[in-house]
Design a protein around this ligand. Structure first.
Ligand code: PEP
Ligand code: MN
Length: 333
């Protein structure tokens, strides 16, 4: 249950009520909210003097629920870029899987500028499936991303692999990406909850929708309202494609949650040949953004080589998406 306390309830009283109701105390605009387990359906009468409004729920999808906030939350990436809210934007995010060198990331930054893309993606700390493959450039990679931001005015999204470098990534990134394998990392979720920066939370490939949204609840209930959900494919019995992009899940998230949704078809299919068609299907669903991996020469990419688009493929796709977005009342930004 979410309990909105009356504005006159003091900080100390809110904390005391929080202890009594075994809940999280969240400062809101001019009042405190208590977030209890969804098992609590009704408050005892003794609390009524302090309570302005209550929101009971069927399950622990609470702050993220459309029953709490009816529309899609607005997430401000920076001052002039927002998604969700009343904006009918679909934000394009592109860049390589990993920062590999200054030359490579600068080529990608130039593609963004040429194509009007405002947010550059690239990982510096890579969560690989084997310790023997490229693990990312680490802090040096973050510094190169930072350089691209200052030189080209691009916004940067990069991932946090584990809790050892959360503060580093928070310092360098404009959007914090929590990868599929990190979705359950509570150190990362809690640190992102304390940061004021937008967080793109990817769905673990073995996570149910309920588990995915509950991971988002850790960030929201930590005090960070700027959470974006990212579907990037789940594991099914199918082996011909890398993962299975769960568009039914996206329909569910759109219907029942208030969080903006960004889709990642690159990691879902795992092969460049399908990224363009899938991207159009994603945009046609009326979503807040798309994350596409591109590389100046995908064949030599140090990670996720098979799925990255080359620049010409990206240019074609970027153009073809405009009418698709327009057809569902949205604008590609
Ligand atoms: C990535 O974005 O490069 C990445 C590692 O994604 P995921 O966490 O979805 O596997
Ligand atoms: Mn990747």
């Amino acid at each position: 249950m979410i309990v909105h306390l009356k504005p006159e309830v003091t900080h100390d009283k809110a904390l005391a009520l929080g202890v009594e109701l075994e809940s999280i105390v969240l400062p809101r605009d001019g009042f405190y909210a208590l977030i209890t387990s969804s098992k609590l359906k009704k408050l005892e009468d003794k609390f009524s003097a302090f309570v302005a409004e209550t929101f009971p729920f069927d399950d622990d999808m609470q702050l993220a629920s459309k029953r709490y906030i009816h529309g899609v939350r607005e997430v401000k990436i920076v001052d002039n870029i927002s998604i969700g809210g009343t904006h009918k934007n679909t934000l394009m995010i592109t860049g390589p899987c990993s920062v590999e060198s200054e030359e490579q990331i600068e080529q990608c930054a130039n593609l963004c500028i040429e194509q009007g893309v405002k947010v550059l993606r690239a990982g510096a700390y890579k969560p690989r499936t084997t310790p023997y493959s490229f693990q990312g450039m680490g802090l040096d990679g973050l510094k190169l991303l930072d350089k691209m931001r200052s030189k080209y005015g691009l916004k940067i999204i990069t991932e946090i692999r584990d809790s050892t470098h959360v503060s580093e990534v928070i310092e360098y990134a404009d959007i914090l990406q929590i990868g599929a394998k990190a979705m359950y990392d509570h150190g990362i979720l809690r640190a992102c909850g304390k940061s004021g920066k937008p967080v793109l939370l990817k769905r673990g490939f073995g996570a149910t929708l309920q588990e995915f949204v509950q991971a988002a609840e850790f960030i929201l209930s930590g005090g960070n309202d700027h959470v974006i959900l990212c579907e990037r494919g789940i594991r099914t019995f199918e082996t011909k494609t890398r993962f299975t992009l769960d568009l039914c899940g996206v329909a569910y998230l759109k219907q029942y949650t208030n969080l903006p949704i960004i889709l990642d078809p690159s990691h879902a299919i795992g092969f460049a040949y399908g990224v363009s068609d899938l991207s159009k299907a994603c945009v046609a669903m009326g979503i807040e953004g798309l994350l596409i991996e591109t590389h100046p020469n995908p064949a030599v990419a140090k990670s996720d080589a098979a799925q990255q688009l080359n620049f010409d493929q990206f240019r074609t796709l970027n153009k073809e998406l405009i009418p698709v977005a327009n057809a569902v009342g949205r604008t590609m930004i």
